[in-house]
Design a protein around this ligand. Structure first.
Ligand SMILES: Nc1ncnc2c1ncn2[C@@H]1O[C@H](COP(=O)(O)OP(=O)(O)OP(=O)(O)O)[C@@H](O)[C@H]1O
Ligand SMILES: [Mg+2]
Length: 326
């Protein structure tokens, strides 16, 4: 299983240059069965990354471009009048797929977005009084530009909380990465080589990996306490108006276990938690207005919290279940 996970990461990296941590985090979210929000400035490869992951995961995927005119029925489907039979016919929307790539989510009207998030949670859609089950697994991978960009708006706290992680893609870090990106373009002879990749997973093998994580990746009591302490610190920080909810603690637990699995371990170490904390929590805290206008951002406050919370001593072997862990 570990080999397969590394093959997927390498497969994405063959095209998407210099962003291994971003790729690992996206895969972490998939293994933790959570939705992901990719946020960054235009042209940093958000769309490319989601397409590559979807292609390598070997599951059905559909993509929708978010616009201000998008209606709930454009996503969910609806009833259309069929001239030949003189009756309404049910048409399923693009949300009936395994991986739903939703570009520019913060340009969509609130009504459309809340309809999408509602069905993502309930995993079923009601059209014309009929309840239709959605595919399993179902992942929402949404992209957005930072909210300072024109035509975008801030997603309400209750909506953004539905995402397991909010990940930033970022510019290539070094000039070598920038050069490699250009060389790969010449090598692949295409702006979008995602369709050239062969799938390495399918819905069944992914479900097998998820079940393995649920059953076998151990979390010690000191790790549970570490997660709780970090999350509680967000609720008490003087610059934070609204701290992370228990949904945030659960997200950090799930992501840490999935990341431990990616690293080839069957137990979580403090580093797994630290590594996932900013992406699991940064969209769940609201900075007080006074500090927000001064440029204080949630990821730096969570970084500060991580620096002040005592880190449990690291273990190098799987702890025994009797220590109060699970
Ligand atoms: N790290 C990278 N490695 C390889 N190619 C990249 C990388 N970052 C960006 N690109 C390339 O840059 C182009 C723009 O990327 P993409 O369309 O995915 O950006 P985006 O973040 O979705 O932008 P927008 O916010 O405007 O939708 C694509 O051709 C993509 O292949
Ligand atoms: Mg895009």
């Amino acid at each position: 299983m570990k080999k397969r996970v590394q093959e997927i990461i390498d497969g994405v990296e063959a095209i998407y240059v210099g962003k291994r941590p971003v790729v690992e985090k996206l895969l972490t979210a998939i293994l933790a069965n959570g939705h992901v929000l990719l946020e960054d400035v235009p042209g940093t490869g958000k769309t490319l990354l989601t397409k590559l992951i979807a292609q390598l995961c070997g599951m059905g995927y559909k993509r929708v471009q978010g616009t201000a005119e998008l209606l709930p029925s454009d996503i969910l489907g609806g009833e259309v009048w069929d001239m030949s039979s003189q009756s309404f016919r049910l048409v399923k929307g693009p949300v009936f797929t395994n991986i739903f790539l939703f570009d520019e989510i913060n340009r969509v009207p609130p009504k459309t977005l809340s309809a999408l998030l509602e069905v993502s949670e309930e995993r079923q859609v009601t059209i014309g009084g009929e309840s239709l089950k959605m595919a399993r697994p179902f992942f929402l991978m949404a992209t957005q530009n930072p909210t300072e960009f024109e035509g975008t708006w801030v997603l309400p706290e209750a909506q953004v909380d539905r995402f397991l992680m909010r990940i930033s893609t970022g510019y290539p870090r070094t000039i070598e990465d920038e050069n490699a990106l250009l060389k790969r373009r010449i090598q692949w002879q295409s702006d979008d080589p995602s369709s050239l990749l062969k799938p390495l997973l399918d819905a069944e093998s992914l479900a097998g990996m998820q079940a393995h994580i649920e059953k076998n990746v151990h979390v010690g009591s000191e790790i549970i306490h570490y997660i709780s302490t970090i999350v509680r610190a967000t609720r008490e920080h003087p610059k934070i108006a609204l701290g992370a909810s228990p949904r945030g603690s659960l997200a950090l637990l799930k992501a840490s276990r999935a990341y431990a699995f990616i690293q080839g371990r069957d137990f979580v170490i403090p580093d797994d938690v630290t590594y996932c904390a900013i992406d699991c929590l940064n969209h769940r805290v609201t900075i007080k207005m006074d500090f927000e206008v001064e440029g204080v951002r949630s990821h730096s406050i969570i970084g500060e919290i991580l620096g002040s919370v005592p880190v449990p001593r690291e273990r190098t072997t799987r702890p025994e279940a009797r220590d109060g862990g699970v």
